[in-house]
Design a protein around this ligand. Structure first.
Ligand code: TYM
Length: 355
């Protein structure tokens, strides 16, 4: 994957081999961190890209920190709209397997002062021209509008994300492929800061080795909330899911394409048992050998997704039934996030002589 970030960015990107050395001189505070914007119901792509790796590592004893990125969400949504999704995202995290006994869940705006202060400090280390070249900016703009026409918060979006990660001094950040450019900006800012002011920020890493990009079931591009017909929402009812999968694009017999690869990722990622995953492999083998089995594959996919969703939706409804459970999880999370943020920011201010 190459990003068109210009020579300077590429040079920083290639510094990856020094990561170990850089990391060892500074302490990480949070082993695993990720955030999701409260801009609507989540899709299975959000789960597979960001939450599934967290849940997996949590079962191995890692204590993750996850948050609801409401400041990022207001880049292109009104705060009233954003507010109505916040509790839903917390319920999503928990119903998907983030365990508040082991993990911390916080609301980004509960540490708004620290996040925005660090955003301001980091913004001094990157030029407007560089931010205009971040490839995700173009994707966010409607009708191929020019990057220069973006609202200024959209321009600062990657810096705000860097502030989240660096305040927490996070080690590993699970994100889908669409966020990789933002991770590069984060690492670049950390290196620039460390070089100029002293070693404060350990360099964060993207968790996935092979980046994950779930495509829309049909039509162009990745699966996203903005193309509802091609997305499986975690809140979709089972009939809707069956219809969406029925209408999904697949591949001619014997042919593998990106779409089918993505459907397979969904099937295997949501399957609860090894025998379901074997079933997927078997039907795909038949497909590869030229048999017309896409109808059968769609049936298996539908069953897997429906099982996953019905279990999830039951848990989610239970959690949402008790708003005090969600509020107390957020309170707990805010305490830890605040502690980390205050500690990091005071060190930053000290080396910057801005205290
Ligand atoms: P957001 O809310 O757009 O998406 C949440 C997570 O879902 C992943 N994702 C996908 N993964 C694979 N295939 C897809 N089609 C797909 N669509 C979405 C995203 O990559 C993301 O991991 N900027 C972040 C929120 C954020 C953040 C952070 C994340 C703010 N600060 C600090 C990590 C660390 C975002 O827009 O996520």
């Amino acid at each position: 994957m190459t990003y068109d970030l210009g020579k300077k960015w590429k040079k920083d990107y290639s510094m990856d081999s020094t990561l170990k050395k850089e990391a060892s001189t500074m302490d990480y505070k949070v082993e695993l961190l990720t955030g999701i914007r409260p801009t609507g119901d989540l899709t299975v792509a959000n789960y597979l890209g960001a939450v599934a790796p967290i849940v997996e590592l949590q079962t191995q004893g890692v204590s993750p920190v996850v948050f609801v990125a409401d400041l990022h969400a207001i880049t292109d949504n009104e705060p009233d709209t954003v507010r109505q999704y916040i509790h839903g995202v917390v319920a999503d995290y928990i119903a998907l397997g983030v365990d508040p006994q082991k993990a911390k869940i916080y609301l980004q705006s509960d540490i708004a002062g620290e996040v925005t202060t660090l955003t301001a400090i980091l913004s001094r280390l990157v030029s407007v021209a560089e931010l205009l070249r971040v490839p995700t900016l173009k994707d966010k703009l409607k009708n191929n509008a020019r990057p220069e026409t973006a609202n200024a918060l959209l321009l600062l979006y990657p810096v705000l994300m860097a502030a989240d990660i660096l305040l927490n001094r996070a080690k590993r950040v699970p994100v889908g492929e669409d966020q990789l450019a933002h991770m590069e900006v984060t690492r670049l800012l950390a290196r620039r800061f460390n070089k100029k002011y002293g070693e404060i920020f350990p360099i964060p890493q993207v968790l996935q080795v092979k980046s994950l990009r779930i495509l829309a079931l049909r039509g162009k591009g990745k699966m996203s909330k903005s193309n509802p017909g091609g997305a499986i929402f975690l809140t979709d009812d089972l009939k809707t899911v069956a219809n969406k999968i029925k209408a999904a694009e697949t591949a001619f017999e014997g042919v593998m394409n990106e779409k089918l690869e993505s459907h397979i990722l969904i099937a295997k990622g949501l399957a609860k048992t090894q025998s379901e995953r074997d079933e997927v492999d078997a039907v795909i083998q038949e497909h590869k050998s030229g048999k017309p089995v896409m109808g059968q594959f769609k049936q298996i996919l539908t069953r897997i997704v429906q099982n996953f969703l019905s279990e999830f939706q039951e848990k989610r409804a239970e959690i949402l039934h008790d708003p005090s459970y969600i509020s107390s999880a957020l309170e707990e999370g805010a305490k830890v996030a605040r502690e980390n943020a205050i500690e990091t920011l005071s060190e930053v201010r000290k080396v910057l002589r801005f205290d």
